[in-house]
Design a protein around this ligand. Structure first.
Ligand SMILES: Cc1ncc(COP(=O)(O)O)c(C=O)c1O
Length: 365
């Protein structure tokens, strides 16, 4: 079996750091926030090149907090791509605002800037950096003057666009440390990144029951802090992130070469100016469901990101969309196929993935 992501290989590299870090936290019984979280926040802020990083309980919470702290809520509309993970739109609803979907471009599957549905109620756009490459943030900002651009950087740890890091371009960014992410914890976790002192103060209060002074709650907040033990894991992984991203890039290049022999497979492409970090290597094929079934049967852990675009999810039925509303996202949902890719994948494993993909394609032809 070749898994979609092999987290055990990563753990072997950081096991000693994690053991020592856990022992230190447990020895001090310092389980909530504390030094590890503060140090990780400083290190990630520096890595991204922003003034503030605030660790929270998940990427979904980070998105909600970004929207709320930006002052967006009831009566406001927030543009969200139809082709993304559900959390992007879920967070908008949780913040009390209304998501308005936009289609994706057919090549990179990122927000289609030419289709932005900007109206009188539009307060923000969430630029999702999908699969490891950044959405065209500068073009989005230019197309929607006066509208806040927020980043969903959950899939783009370490990515850059025209030399500028993911998480540093919008008013604020949300990111996730879900275990399979390029920077993943050993459970849930997330962070808000921002250059704004005011927004950072607001998120620090909101993540901690609505106040930073004990038993003083000027606002209705939540309990959404980055777990201290997770900060230990994340500090160990952050030190290795650049190297692991380089290994992902090398693996993506190898897939590009191997797949050049299969013209029926559409390979993913990095957009102009984008330094891709290959969170996912997502190809497009016809008869995708049958190809996937055959790959899984052959022990290849391929997967679909994502099989149902958001406008067709039951959770958003109240928005009244129908099949056909966002054709590029619907086509992507029918054709995308993510192949196993992780920093420690070997040439032999990739050769086998491509051989099994060839066999599956021959089988459905
Ligand atoms: C693009 C995107 N946004 C948001 C999230 C939500 O993050 P979490 O699972 O940490 O809540 C994820 C991943 O899970 C994601 O891939």
């Amino acid at each position: 079996m070749i898994p979609l992501v092999d987290l055990a290989a990563q753990h072997r590299e950081i096991a000693a750091d994690v053991e020592a870090g856990f022992a230190s936290v447990i020895g001090r019984t310092a389980f909530i926030l504390g030094d590890e979280v503060a140090q990780f926040e400083r290190e990630l802020a520096e890595f991204v090149g922003v003034r503030h990083c605030i660790g929270v309980a998940s990427g979904t919470d980070a998105l909600e907090l970004v929207v709320r702290a930006a002052g967006v809520g009831a009566g406001d509309e927030v543009v969200v791509p139809a082709n993304t993970f559900v959390a992007t739109a879920l967070a908008v609803v949780r913040a009390g605002a209304t998501p308005v979907f936009v289609d994706c471009d057919p090549v990179h599957q990122l927000i289609d800037v030419g289709a932005l549905p900007i109206g009188g109620q539009t307060r923000a756009i969430i630029a999702v950096h999908l699969y490891g490459q950044m959405a065209p943030v500068e073009a989005i900002a230019q197309a929607a003057p006066g509208v806040l651009v927020l980043e969903d950087a959950a899939q783009a740890h370490g990515a850059r666009r025209f030399e500028r890091p993911a998480g540093s371009l919008g008013v604020a960014a949300a990111t996730s440390f879900y275990p399979g992410k390029n920077l993943g914890a050993y459970g849930d976790g997330g962070a808000v990144l921002t250059g704004s002192d005011t927004l950072a103060d607001k998120v620090r209060a909101l993540r901690n029951y609505g106040g930073t002074v004990k038993y003083q709650h000027p606002e209705l907040g939540m309990n959404s802090r980055l777990d201290t033990l997770q900060a230990v894991v994340l500090r160990a992984k952050l030190k290795r992130l650049a190297g692991w991203n380089a290994a992902r890039r090398a693996a993506a290049r190898r897939y590009d070469e191997l797949l050049a022999e299969l013209p029926e497979v559409q390979r993913p492409r990095a957009g102009p100016g984008n330094e891709h970090v290959w969170h996912l290597y997502t190809v497009r094929v016809r008869q995708r469901d049958e190809v996937l079934r055959r790959l899984l049967a052959a022990g290849i852990g391929a997967a679909i990101h994502y099989p149902v675009p958001l406008h067709l999810q039951g959770a958003f039925a109240h928005l009244g969309h129908r099949r056909g509303d966002f054709p590029a996202s619907e086509r992507a949902a029918a054709e995308t196929l993510s192949l196993p890719l992780f920093p420690h994948i070997t040439e032999e494993q990739q050769t086998r993935v491509v051989a099994e993909l060839r066999r599956a394609l021959e089988g459905v032809a």
